[in-house]
Ligand binder design. Structure first.
Ligand SMILES: [Zn+2]
Length: 371
């Protein structure tokens, strides 16, 4: 059964179908023409999901315990990739023989609970407090081509992905109990990616993530002290300084932050502050696709081989901070030199205290030259 949804702001077609185990799958873009003609013909056991959120009382943050993920698919060979389109003799997660961009519920999600009785808050009173971790995890297949990468896509194709991010950010925020929507991509074996097919993920968390929570707190203190917005002032300071700017468009500015944590780290901000992807103008969305592809290609040229990276969309939480938070993307590689990785060792992992071996000004210069 397929259902045509309202067209997104960028008029990208979206068709939702149901997989054999009841999960939702959404085709974005014009391909396939008739998704309903491709039902999921697999025999799938129902998904067993029972995630728990446990409170770390010392750090004041939640930790997800998701034991059901231990048996998830890990680095299958190309002929068994679950994200490639289905063929006559091989059925995958995507029933159609071709697609542009596909989003579906993860069969091995970190977040989520299938028991409706778990939907309550269940917040324990004691120090050892846990609760069912509701929310939802989705997979975004960027391309039907197994050997493609985001950097290879055309701006038009990237625009379909942007439309999917916008659609999911709006829809997931409406799920009761969801507090934050996070779109991201892990790329490369070095990051621990379990499937090499080009894809990203979307997490709809049942709480505000620790980093976002900290940013909102520092913003509130800055507002109290100065009456101004911290994101606005930081972006203005980087623009005035210019030494760490990598790329600028009419709508976006990309720079290596003054206090970058990673050897090569770029933050991409819209010039007009908005809380999330949904609030971006069509013109800003279109320009993002051009600039982002340029950035990814620069990362790939830095070391002479495709860079492992993490690309993270920071959006305001669903119910807090929308008037202060600034949507932005943080892109960084864990590579610090050809063949050398930056490991999070004693200082970073043990104390959360980062040390960066590359001056942010040098990183910005190298990224500018890689254009
Ligand atoms: Zn594949």
């Amino acid at each position: 059964m397929a259902r045509a949804d309202a067209e997104s702001a960028q008029r990208v077609r979206k068709i939702t179908v149901t997989l054999a185990d009841g999960r939702e799958l959404m085709y974005f873009g014009a391909v396939p023409e008739h998704p309903a003609e491709y039902p999921d013909r697999r025999q799938l056991d129902p998904v067993h999901v029972q995630s728990q959120a446990r409170r770390d009382q010392l750090l004041g943050e939640w930790v997800i315990v998701a034991c059901h993920r231990q048996d998830r698919t890990f680095q299958p060979d190309t002929s068994h990739c679950p994200l490639c389109p289905s063929t006559a003799d091989r059925l995958t997660e995507v029933p159609a023989p071709d697609y542009q961009v596909v989003v579906f519920e993860n069969r091995f999600p970190t977040l989520g609970t299938r028991d409706p009785d778990d939907a309550g808050d269940g917040d324990g009173d004691g120090l050892l407090a846990g609760r069912p971790a509701g929310g939802r995890c989705e997979v975004v297949c960027f391309s039907p081509r197994h050997d493609a990468s985001f950097a290879d896509l055309t701006p038009g194709h990237a625009a379909v992905i942007m439309a999917a991010w916008v659609d999911r950010s709006a829809e997931l925020a409406r799920i009761p109990g969801v507090e934050q929507v996070y779109c991201f991509e892990n790329r490369g074996d070095e990051i621990g990616v379990t499937l090499s097919h080009p894809h990203g993920q979307i997490y709809a968390y049942p709480y505000i993530t620790p980093r976002t929570d900290r940013m909102l707190d520092t913003c509130a203190r800055y507002r109290h002290r100065t009456g101004r917005n911290l994101f606005d002032d930081l972006l203005a300071a980087e623009q005035a300084d210019t030494s760490r700017i990598v790329l600028q468009g009419r709508h976006w500015t990309a720079f290596v932050p003054y206090a970058a944590h990673w050897p090569y780290e770029v933050h991409l901000y819209p010039r007009r502050r908005v809380p999330g992807l949904v609030a971006l103008s069509d013109a800003a969305r279109a320009e993002f696709c051009e600039l982002y592809l340029g950035l990814l290609r620069r990362f790939d040229r830095l070391f002479g081989s495709p860079a492992p990276y993490i690309s993270a969309w920071h959006q305001a939480p669903v119910h807090r901070g929308g008037d202060e938070f600034a949507l932005h993307l943080e892109l960084f590689t864990v590579r610090r030199a050809p063949g050398k990785l930056k490991y999070l060792a004693g200082s970073e992992s043990g104390m959360g205290a980062f040390a960066n071996d590359v001056a942010p000004e040098t990183a910005a210069e190298r990224l500018r030259q890689a254009g």
